[in-house]
Design a protein around this ligand. Structure first.
Ligand code: URA
Length: 216
């Protein structure tokens, strides 16, 4: 696969911290109350040298039991989007969540939980140093892009966060709840494939909200 040509982006720079070192620091984390109700910490899975990091919200029931992100129905849809639309296998990307522990009843992450947990995600991304971060749903998108703008407005466009290209899209679970969103999810993973193959220009003019015209 050709490398993306991103000025100032030294792809696969030397890693200062390994994923294992970050996992070791996380340890048997008790930084927030979710440690009392979790079964397993769900750190992340995939290739530590991946060109793509996908970020979800928080583990669900299946993930909590198995200790791996996106292993339930939303994960099946994600795997299909990766292979059929982006042209990459799950094993070749890295998948993580904003929260490493399941909120009871799958409620939304609380601000103090995100504050306690998100530095680990930030370090994971810095360790992997991918070309593209795909944020799935509002919590992941808001954390990575540091915005409160809703996913419906942000998705379908290429954004930037520091050195990284960011592609926000719907959370696969939201698409399972509302199949009218499926064509948009497919569009976004098609766009991911084009970015990875260098088939779309990510150097388009930057718009006011930090998007570029790479997708359109
Ligand atoms: N939803 C998420 O946001 N993350 C998972 O790992 C599973 C479902």
């Amino acid at each position: 696969m050709p490398m993306l040509k991103i000025p100032g982006h030294e792809h696969q720079r030397a890693r200062e911290v390994t994923l294992q070192e970050i996992r070791d620091v996380l340890g048997d984390c008790h930084l927030c109350g979710l440690s009392r109700t979790r079964t397993n910490i769900v750190f992340g899975v995939g290739d530590p040298h991946a060109r793509v990091v996908l970020v979800g919200e928080a583990p669900g029931a299946n993930e909590d039991l198995q200790g791996e992100p996106f292993v339930g129905a939303a994960g099946q849809l994600l795997n299909r989007m990766l292979v059929e639309h982006a042209g990459v296998a799950r094993k070749d990307v890295y998948i993580a969540n904003v929260l490493k522990c399941r909120p009871p009843g799958n409620r939304a992450p609380a601000p103090d939980e995100t504050m306690a947990c998100s530095p680990f995600l930030r370090e994971q991304i810095r360790s992997i140093w991918p070309d593209v971060i795909v944020t799935m749903g509002n919590p992941a998108t808001h954390f990575v892009l540091q915005t409160e703008v809703g996913i419906t407005r942000l998705r379908g466009h290429v954004h930037r966060a520091g050195h990284f290209i960011v592609l926000p899209t719907y959370h696969p679970a939201a698409v399972l709840r509302d199949s009218l969103k499926l064509p948009d999810l497919e569009y976004d993973f098609d766009l991911l494939g084009k970015l990875l193959r260098g088939e779309t220009d990510v150097e388009g003019p930057t718009t006011g909200d930090g998007t570029t015209n790479g997708g359109h």
